[in-house]
Design a binder for this molecule. Structure first.
Ligand code: SF4
Length: 76
């Protein structure tokens, strides 16, 4: 389960985040390319945009379900 106390610093403010257990493995970027991207150096991913539409919420949920390290969380 993702830890809201260890969020990656680049996440934009809001309920969705990537924490510091990100591998990185690229899976979430395939699920939610409009919301999540790699940080420079590709050491981890982060939310550059919070979901605003039902479709984006679904993409974030899919990314969370697909993440092998459970690094994606929603504390909203
Ligand atoms: S799916 Fe999880 S481990 Fe893989 S890049 Fe995304 S947040 Fe990181």
């Amino acid at each position: 389960m993702a830890d809201k106390n260890s969020k990656q610093p680049e996440n934009v403010p809001g309920p969705w985040y990537v924490d510091q257990t990100c591998a990185p493995c690229h899976v979430c970027l395939d699920e939610a390319p409009a919301l999540i991207r790699y940080a420079p150096g590709e050491t981890h991913s982060f939310f550059f945009k919070q979901p605003e539409t039902p479709e984006e919420e679904a993409a974030a949920e899919n990314a969370m379900q697909a993440c092998p390290t459970e690094a994606i969380g929603n504390d909203g």
